[in-house]
Design a protein around this ligand. Structure first.
Ligand code: NAP
Length: 437
């Protein structure tokens, strides 16, 4: 099939994470003649599956097999190590493709907006998770973990991931793909107290029960909750679904003994961060006690300082803006109407709707935007992948194809330690050399 045929729809998807792959799958499932190029600035596909999902949650990562299957379709290509803005502009892509879909996720930390946020030792979850997951952007982060106490801000699953990865022992992480640099640092650290801090109460927390329950099964670390922060036991009968299961896990924590294991994980509610304390490095965090009225967090004026040598805000993410693409500062994602940004320009996933939902939430999102493209955009004889290949040649760009990514993957799996799925490479140059070998 000629890629510049007049009846062929050429689509470029920017971002090879779940949202990008679900959109590609939906675009290429029906009868339409469509070519999709999935472009990523990294030489590795699968976005958050590789660099966001916790290294000890390997079963969640299995979903990448589905994306691999999409990539075996003749009309779908992965084009890695090609960065929008560095190697090619959005205007050039719009000239080459009938539709461009931004599936760039939400890779920046939402700011706390409080004093002391810029101190050394305050590391947002985007960077911290990226570091322990071997994302090349954060390979040199090298956080100072020679601390006794850590404050993890937020009551979502990312806060749980961060606390759990810090709390697990080397043997508990043996079957994970935790980055080597992180394993050396975490497992040699003297951390004794980890605090997960929520500004609202247990019923407002966005933890999911499986993730919260895991905190009760750690080898070396006991999870604790102040019973006074939990509602009266009679409330439990009125609960159902996730809140009921979460409450059951919290009741176990409330009955746990602080000295039963060497490391303590304190799940604390009704604590709002007011300021991060320290001269050059963080030494603590000032918290205000809160109460919740109709779901809203209200300060009581009562404050306390919690000592902490590391603060990891896990309070949500923002999409990185792209020049000339309308962006909502308020919501931290591209301005769009049901995925449409402007003529021929679309967005999916977190770049469309913000950082919420599970990996699977991206599937209906991708299907919806794919259907929109198929109904709104007509093939116009644009060059598509032939034009991209021409630019790659002219600029001597070192792109990574799906076949050459497989060489990187083979290197990672063959050098894994016993029981681990892979030993992740962190250096883009090295990955590209392997891909080209
Ligand atoms: P999240 O679930 O939205 O949680 C963010 C937390 O940050 C909330 O507790 C929020 O409190 C708090 N927060 C926001 N601004 C704050 C501030 N200024 N000060 C103090 N606290 C603040 O987000 P997430 O944990 O980043 O997770 C993102 C998405 O990925 C979620 O849908 C999550 O379920 C998913 N995820 C899933 C898994 C898994 O399934 N294993 C793992 C990781 C992530 P309020 O509620 O009071 O605003």
């Amino acid at each position: 099939m000629a890629s510049n045929g007049a009846g062929l729809l050429n689509v470029a998807i920017i971002g090879a994470g779940p949202a990008g792959y679900y959109a590609a799958e939906a675009l290429t499932t029906g009868e339409h003649a469509v070519h999709v190029d999935i472009i990523d600035r990294l030489p590795t596909p699968f976005g958050l599956i590789r660099a966001g999902v916790a290294p000890d949650h390997q079963s969640i990562k299995n979903v990448s097999r589905r994306y691999e299957a999409t990539n075996t379709r003749e009309n779908v290509r992965f084009v890695g190590n090609l960065a929008l803005g560095r190697d090619i502009t959005l205007a050039e892509l719009k000239d080459l493709y009938d539709a461009v879909v931004l599936a760039t996720g939400a890779g920046k930390d939402r700011p706390l907006g409080i004093e002391g946020e810029d101190l050394a030792g305050v590391i947002g979850s985007a960077a911290f998770v990226g570091w322990y997951n071997a994302h090349p952007d954060f390979k040199d982060l090298n956080p100072d973990l020679r601390v006794a106490s850590v404050a993890v801000i937020g009551n979502g699953n990312v806060a749980i991931d961060v606390a759990r990865v810090l709390a697990k022992t080397a043997s508990e992480m043996a079957s994970s793909d935790l980055a080597d640099h992180a394993a050396n640092n975490i497992h040699g650290s003297p951390i004794r107290d980890i605090h997960i801090l929520g500004r609202r109460g247990p019923l407002e927390a966005s933890f999911t029960p499986k993730e919260l329950g895991e905190l009760n099964q750690l080898e070396n670390c006991v999870a604790l909750v102040d019973p006074a922060q939990l509602p009266d036991a009679s409330t439990d009968e009125k609960l159902s679904g996730a809140p009921k299961k979460n409450m059951a896990a919290l009741r176990i924590m409330a009955a746990n003994k602080p000295d039963s294991k060497p490391v303590r994980l304190h799940v604390q509610f009704y604590r709002r961060p007011m300021a991060i304390m320290g001269e050059k490095c963080v030494c603590g965090i000032r918290l205000e006690e809160t109460r919740v009225e109709d779901g809203t967090c209200i300060g009581t004026g009562v404050t306390e300082v919690l000592p902490a040598g590391l603060v990891v805000p896990c309070i949500g993410y923002r999409t990185s803006p792209i020049r000339d693409v309308p962006y909502s500062e308020r919501y931290g994602h591209f301005e769009n109407e049901d995925g449409l940004i402007s003529d021929g320009l679309y967005c999916v996933g977190w770049a469309r709707r913000g950082p919420t939902g599970t990996i699977g939430t991206n599937k209906p999102d991708g299907v919806e935007v794919a259907n929109k493209i198929l109904s709104e955009v007509s093939p116009s004889g644009k060059e598509g992948r032939d034009g991209l290949d021409r630019i790659v040649r002219e600029r001597d760009l070192h792109i990574v194809t799906f076949q050459s990514w497989k060489k990187i993957e083979a290197m990672e799996t063959s050098s894994a330690r016993d029981g681990a799925p892979r030993k992740k490479l962190v250096d883009v140059g090295e990955m590209v050399r392997i891909a080209e070998s």
